[in-house]
Write a protein that binds this ligand. Structure first.
Ligand SMILES: Cc1cc2nc3c(=O)[nH]c(=O)nc-3n(C[C@H](O)[C@H](O)[C@H](O)COP(=O)(O)O)c2cc1C
Length: 168
């Protein structure tokens, strides 16, 4: 086996968690809002930990932080929806990063299970919770996709701690 020629910049530990976060931020992602029914009413959270898992069966995942005040509701919810945000929805991403509530918006609908469905998104995956796995200071919530909405459009992108757009 050939060793890398350059030494690693650091080994992640408590002293360099900022540098670790910055390195993770090199991975450009889309931006989602995950919504669910909660004990105090419906809630949402901005999340970029979303990933596709399986086509058959149709599974997706996202990771809520254990430190979040929204954690218990998000992990307990038997149903949730993942909204892939369009470039024009930066305000929605900012809103649900600061606030869990705020569904008195035009065009918001609720599924039969009480999950808020937001308008104007590129894709919406309505899910039933399939599994919750341990993931260190996060959990890994796997959802079985029950219904999909999809339209074409420019995505909201997150990279290096900043929102931006996608350019070929
Ligand atoms: C672009 C972006 C992506 C985020 N992704 C996640 C995520 O995947 N999981 C998570 O738990 N929080 C994520 N957050 C943080 C939450 O949106 C929110 O800011 C945090 O939960 C606030 O703390 P609270 O829940 O205690 O109010 C993200 C925030 C931003 C701006």
């Amino acid at each position: 086996m050939t060793e890398p020629t350059e030494p690693a910049d650091f080994v992640p530990d408590a002293a360099n968690s900022r540098a670790f976060r910055d390195a993770l931020g090199a991975f450009a992602t889309g931006v989602t809002v995950v919504t669910a029914p909660g004990a105090q009413g419906p809630l949402g959270i901005t999340a970029n930990s979303f990933a596709s898992v399986s086509l058959d069966p149709p599974l997706v995942l996202w990771s809520p932080a254990r430190a979040s005040r929204r954690f218990d509701d998000l992990v307990a919810a038997p149903h949730f929806a993942v909204h892939v945000l369009a470039a024009a929805q930066r305000d929605l991403a900012a809103h649900f990063s600061r606030h869990a509530q705020g569904f008195d918006l035009p065009g918001v609908a609720f599924s039969a299970q009480g999950v808020p469905v937001l308008p104007g998104c590129l894709a919406v995956f309505e899910c039933a919770r399939e599994a919750v796995h341990q993931g260190g200071d996060h959990a890994i919530v796997v959802g079985r996709v029950l219904a999909v909405r999809h339209r074409k459009g420019a995505p909201l992108v997150f990279h290096g701690g900043h929102f931006g757009g996608f350019h070929d």
